[in-house]
Design a binder for this molecule. Sequence first.
Ligand code: SAH
Ligand code: SF4
Ligand code: F3S
Length: 431
Amino acid sequence: MEAPKKLFIKTYGCQMNVYDSERMAEAMGAEGYVQTETVEEADMVLLNTCHIREKASEKLYSDLGRLRNLKAAKPEMKVGVAGCVAQAEGAEILRRMPLVDLVVGPQSYHRLPAMVKAEGRQVDTEFPTEDKFDHLPQRKGYRGPTAFLTVQEGCDKFCAFCVVPYTRGAEVSRPASRLLKEARDLVARGVREITLLGQNVNAYHGEDRTLAGLIREMAQIEGLDRLRYTTSHPNDMGDDLIAAHAEVPQLMPYLHLPVQSGSDRILKAMNRKHTAAHYLDLIGKIRQARPDVLLTSDFIVGFPGETDQDFQETMRLVRAVGYGAAYCFKYSARPGTPAAEKTPVPSDVADARLQELQGLILAQQQAAQQAMVGQVVEVLYEKPGRLPGQMVGKSQHLMAVHVQDATGKTGDLVRARVTSAVTNSLSAVLL
Ligand code: SAH
Ligand code: SF4
Ligand code: F3S
């Protein structure tokens, strides 16, 4: 028998890309490829890219540069570029990088196996009318207690800074019946926690269900202990979804709700279509429904036109909310977006604001971690820890927890009391 071919995948960007990489690996698995962690032994290298900020996008070219020698030594090795840079730059990647054999956008990767077999260099960045998920193999190989499930893709919001509406296309929801089936299949393979994914996941509307409706139905699946969803937009945070946080025990008390800025002037320039007061009002309602909810967010500093006063309004909003964590980004002008036409804030000013905001967020994160000491948490074990007899998993609040548990196994859901906390993890004793 022929030895199986080896596929090396590197994934950048958001969880949606992580999910896509899994699905591409499965599609190639049906063609006899097995995954490898060692790029040198690969018959095919696939880079699943992100276009969101300039730095993320440039990583593709530095990685391709590093692959050049390997490809020279092994000309039969295929090199593929997938994801959002593939979508944004398409054939330009083939022109700039002779070692690349194929470029495939996020909506056409079900065609990957055919592209790999075809003669010559290939590009496919269409938004095909058929649903790629219909053309992908069943998720047979999945292992592990947690899984991502893409329920919605694309975005119609057109925030002035963002490339996602261009790279992922218009908002599309997958049919609820198929998502329920995929969830049942995952649970049958041992998955106990599912994170529903979408660029605008709470805008989900498939087969007459809202996201809240889908969550309520998924919560009926026997053996599915935990549900999460990400990423949400404040304007789609409906009352029914807030109510689900109060009423569905499987829905974890954790919400990533990006606000980007605390200044109404900047929110308007960003085309976010809500004010800081509207956001704070929402946070109030969510906390009323689920008092122990842990909130996280994304922020952009140095958006064109941001003054010191605007930035101080962001700091004020952060103090008012009190986050468990947040991603803070320095604004990056992206080709083709409206904000890229505007005069940028000086780089050193943006850097200083980034530091100030990150300092505040770090202090809030440490306080949230510290507040867990003495509390009982539920931990879903994801893997053995570094110390003998130790297991690592996530709490309801998505905090990493180390538990001393010599008989614990991956996939166990246990109760433990937190004994100490550092910035990124908790230690707990089994109850
Ligand atoms: N759909 C999600 C997030 C998509 S991108 C949402 O609407 O919130 C993830 C984060 O990247 C964004 O929340 C934003 O904070 C950041 N981001 C997007 N474009 C950016 C840019 N041009 N410069 C800096 N950060 C950016
Ligand atoms: Fe980008 Fe805004 Fe859409 Fe989020 S809502 S993906 S930030 S355009
Ligand atoms: Fe990046 Fe595309 Fe996700 S641009 S953040 S990989 S949707």
